[in-house]
Structure formats: structure tokens, C-alpha cells
Write a protein that binds this ligand. Sequence first.
Ligand code: ASP
Length: 305
Amino acid sequence: MILGTGGTIAGTAASADEAVGYQAAQLGVERLVAAVPPLAGLALECEQVAQLNSKDMTHAVWQRLAQRCAHHLARDDVAGVVVTHGTDTLEETAYFLHRVLAPAKPLVLTAAMRPATSMQADGPQNLLDAVTVARHGAALGWRGVMAVLAATVHAAVDVRKVHGWRLDAFDSGDAGPVGAVVAGALQRLRDVPTCAPVGLGAIARDVGQWPRVEVVASHAGASGRVVDALVADGVDGLVVAATGFGDVHAEVLAALERARARGVAVAIATRCAYGPVIDAATRAVDARTPWQMRIDLLLERLRAG
Ligand code: ASP
């Protein structure tokens, strides 16, 4: 099952050498599949769940996408699901689906760094590789949410976009990828981490009623006024993109204390690309990115009602 949501993989430009000035989310998912000759003849179905530039991803699309993924994954005649997506927020959608569904079959996101009209279009190969993982990943023990880009297979808990323009723009942080697709063959390095899913019931509420969880940053010259303003504006949760292994500017810390006193949930992640938050007292580590922590806080608050 191939679910389309838009992105550069479905993007078009006026000329084949245009890699920056293009429109994302122009081609339907069936056109993307038709552009990959080796997919012809496979038992594939397509569904257009959304058509957007993923920089504009919404909770409403996430809700619908999770529901459609769950529907198709529950079908006996479906081995796995592929989602075509934009690269900008792919890691957030992957983590959201992981935390909500943690499916027992492969659910594979893929994307492209060049539009479909580019001489360097990477979408067709990425889509083919993603379908290969969706069809054959379970035989290697790969179940759950993954992302396949540039011949590399990432787990949803680890994948992140690390480059704005390169074709090989994703990595899996300190954990490293779970494997690769080498000339059509799967190479397994390790398992795909799983989790206890929160389930579709937790996200069934109208998205207009979902809690508000925002990300703020700790940085030189920070004043804490952003935190105060968000609390005054009724925010429900705050994630701080902290420095180093979890340090927060004294002014921001003071504002966070005021926020906590008003019942706002606060979580600390790091703005560093690599390395976890480390609790100085317990030595516990937490490798979640600020965007992952925002999703967890959101789901926690949704579950709390
Ligand atoms: N802005 C695009 C998107 O995320 C970028 C891409 O797909 O590469 O939809």
C-alpha cells in the first residue's frame, strides 16, 4: 500500500536543472509509482492521504495518516505500507506514527531531496527501496516505522534530517542506521526499536482540542520572556531545546519554574545534533530530539485527557 502526502518527491520545476526553485506536492502518488518501472506488475495500491509541502504539516494530516496507516496495516492482504512524504518534517511524522501505532508490519516513509522533474531525481530509487523494505523487511525482523532514503534504512526513533540540500541528507544520530538497500538487496545491521503504542484512541479527539506544546530554545542572550508569553497565551507544554547535555540559561530556567507553577508541563531536550541529555544525578540519558519530545508531551497530555 502506497500512501501519498506530497513533498519534494511529488514536486515539479520548470526545468530539469532546477533543484531549488520548484513547487513541492504537485504529482499524485499514482504518478510517482508509474515513474518507477520495476514497480510495474507488483500488487500495489495507492491512496492520496494529503498533498502538501511537509514544512506545513498539521496535526489534522497526522491524525488522518495514522488512521489510514492503521486501516491498511490491519488488512491480511497488505504486507506493509509506504508513505511518500516531504523531507522537512519526515522525522516528526515517523516518530508520531511510531508512538501512536508501533505496527507489527513495516511502515516505511520515504522522500526525495530533488523534485520529480530533476536530472538528479532521487525519488524513484527511494520509492523502489522503500517498497522493497515494506515487502521484505519483516523477513529480517524489521517491523514498525522506518524511513528509507539514499539506500539507507533508519528507525523512526533515530532518523533525522541533517543536511538542507545534499542527496544523502538523513542520518540516525549516534545509533546509526538499521540497515541498507544495496542494489535491491536488504542488508540488516540491527533491529528496529519498538515501543508500547498509545493507540488511535488517544488521538481521536478533534485536533482543534489537542493540547498546545511548543518548543523554545536556550541560547546566548535568552530572557525567558518567550516562555512567559507562551504561558500567558495558554500553552499546555513546553520543550526546551537546551545546550549541551541539557543545560538551560538561568533566565529561561526561572521562567520555566514560573511555567511549572502554573501547571505547564516542561521537558528538556538538547539542541545538539548528537549526544543525549544526561541527568547529572542519576546519569540517565535521553536521546530524544526536541521534536520527538514535543510529540511525546503532546501524546501524554492527550492521554491525560
Ligand atoms: N519542503 C519540502 C517538504 O518537506 C522538502 C522536501 O520534501 O525535500 O515537503
